[in-house]
Write a protein that binds this ligand. Structure first.
Ligand code: NAD
Ligand code: UGA
Length: 468
């Protein structure tokens, strides 16, 4: 028999935990949802008027339920103890030490959650893996939970999240599918009933635990592979006068290929694509499948190549030197409509331009100056404490973060568009042209200015995957 869920606890108030739980609370007024985190600042932000993450539509849905059946709190133990169902939505970054460093997922946060749940639970609970995890993690989670000293019992489900940042609310409201993997029909049914409050039943897919865990890594690998595939073709387009957007359109109308995720760019970013593919690569090696590992690793290599290629093209076009030249950086987030910069291509492009001794003036409508400088500091330091001072000085002397594209462009030799923010298409280009050094170059890493008459205004314009 399926007992309806009355209380949910979600461990991890991040980009996934926050929006996902806000949607459950909105759609299920009969369920009390508590989102907990060990990061007290983050919880305070969720309880304030300025939420810790920027997502279109998120503010409205949080305000609708917060204080009613949606609560953000640091009281982890009591929230777990009182819940019928506990989502684990903590970060699973790439391990940067020990066995599997640089590839394997660091599961210490997952394990700590499982131990915490085992410690404070009584009775029966359903534990849901929401984080993206290597296949067979549920085995470890079950083993840890079975050691609960109170004799509590558990069902473990896998329910990976497929939302994309920038469209999180839309994606949660009408997902293509919700995937639930598990062993117990009753536990699966309980989670199905939660989603069935707003998601049509035919979109609620149920599988075994391992298929569900592996489907998440596979979905991200396939998506990223499409971007790397079209980016590889963009290099060939530049060499041959084919136009990558025309090629993408031409192949995307084949219903077997489909039009989405074929936008050539300066490279994919975000917290997950690279991390999840590297994790997949590690798993393949672990299970003795080096050919499969090598196949997927190429997706990440191609992405690194695309970022490097973009910088090389800037340097080459600017007469082989960017030393002391001001370059305006338009956009720092890894895609539009988010303030997230994790693994953003902008970080690597800026790093390489700084190494070429360029001066950068960076504008992003949502990312704070502190975040930009922290990201650059981290990438320049690359884990080496001894480089802290030198990289801080490099940033202090060569990077400014400004609050408009106009400020970024004044006296600049070139503009590099790194995020596809809508507002970039709407600026006064003739005025910007007048304020810049001549020749004034535009390197469009997103092809968002391609349809504008930039050449007529006087700019030398280059995008990704075509030549004019
Ligand atoms: P995040 O870093 O934004 O949030 C994770 C939160 O968990 C942090 O606030 C951290 O303080 C908290 N946390 C860590 N350990 C904890 C503990 N022991 N107790 C309580 N809180 C703890 O991460 P995210 O972007 O929300 O990603 C979470 C997971 O979801 C990852 O596995 C990721 O791969 C996956 N995912 C992310 C996205 C996305 O768009 N960001 C989409 C789908 C899946
Ligand atoms: C991605 C997936 O789309 C989600 O389904 C998944 O849940 C999520 O990862 C995750 O597991 O974290 P996200 O990274 O938020 O979502 O954003 P995407 O829209 O997938 O974009 C990722 C990167 O690829 C961005 O830098 C984007 O600019 C780039 N991209 C995307 C392209 O360069 N071209 C495209 O055609 C599409």
């Amino acid at each position: 028999t399926i007992t309806p869920i009355r209380k949910i606890c979600c461990i991890g108030a991040g980009y996934v935990g926050g929006p996902t739980m806000a949607m459950i609370a909105k759609q299920c007024p009969d369920i009390e949802v508590r989102v907990v985190d060990i990061n007290a600042t983050r919880i305070a932000q969720w309880n304030s008027d300025t939420l810790p993450i920027y997502e279109p539509g998120l503010h409205e849905i949080v305000m609708e339920s917060r204080g009613r059946n949606l609560h953000f709190t640091c009281e982890v133990d009591s929230a777990i103890a009182e819940a019928d169902m506990i989502f684990i939505s903590v970060n699973t970054p790439t391990k940067d030490f020990g066995v599997g460093a640089g590839r394997a997922a660091n599961l210490e946060f997952i394990e700590k959650c499982a131990r915490k749940i085992a410690d404070v639970s009584t009775g029966h609970k359903i534990v849901v893996e929401k984080s993206t995890l290597p296949v067979r993690t549920a085995e470890a989670v079950k083993a840890i939970l079975s050691g609960s000293s109170s004799g509590a019992t558990f069902d473990v489900l896998s329910n990976p999240e497929f939302l994309a940042e920038g469209t999180a609310v839309e994606d949660l409201l009408s997902p293509d599918r919700v995937l639930i993997g598990g062993e117990s029909e009753a536990a699966i049914g309980a989670l199905v009933d939660v989603y069935a409050h707003w998601v049509p039943r035919e979109r609620l897919l149920t599988t075994n635990l391992w298929s569900s865990e592996l489907s998440k890594l596979t979905a991200n690998a396939f998506l990223a592979q499409r971007v790397s595939s079209i980016n590889s073709i963009s290099a060939l387009c530049e060499a041959t006068e084919a136009d990558v957007d025309e090629v993408a359109m031409a192949i995307g109308t084949d219903s077997r290929i489909g039009p989405k995720f074929l936008k050539s760019s300066v490279g994919f970013g975000g917290s997950c694509f690279q991390k999840d593919i590297l994790n997949l690569v590690y798993l393949c090696e672990y299970f003795g499948l080096p050919e499969v590992a090598e196949y997927w690793e190429q997706v990440v290599k191609m992405n690194d190549y695309q970022k490097r290629r973009f910088v090389n093209r800037i340097v080459r076009t600017l007469f082989n030197t960017v030393s002391d030249k001001k370059i305006a950086i338009w956009g720092f987030a890894f895609k539009k409509d988010t303030n997230d910069t994790r693994e953003s291509a902008a970080i690597y492009v800026c790093r390489d331009l700084l190494r070429e001794k360029a001066k950068l003036s960076i504008y992003d409508p949502q990312v704070t100056a502190d975040q930009i400088k922290k990201d650059l500091q981290d990438v320049l330091r690359n884990g080496d404490a001894e480089l802290s001072e030198a990289s801080a000085r490099l940033i202090a002397e060569n990077v400014e973060v400004v609050d408009s594209v106009e400020a970024a462009c004044c006296n600049a030799h070139a503009i590099a568009v790194l995020t596809e923010w809508d507002e970039f298409g709407k600026v006064d280009f003739p005025a910007i042209y007048r304020s810049m050094q001549k020749p004034a170059f535009v390197f469009d890493g997103r092809n968002v200015l391609k349809s504008l008459p930039l050449d007529e205004y006087g700019f030398v314009y280059q995008g990704i995957g075509f030549r004019r």
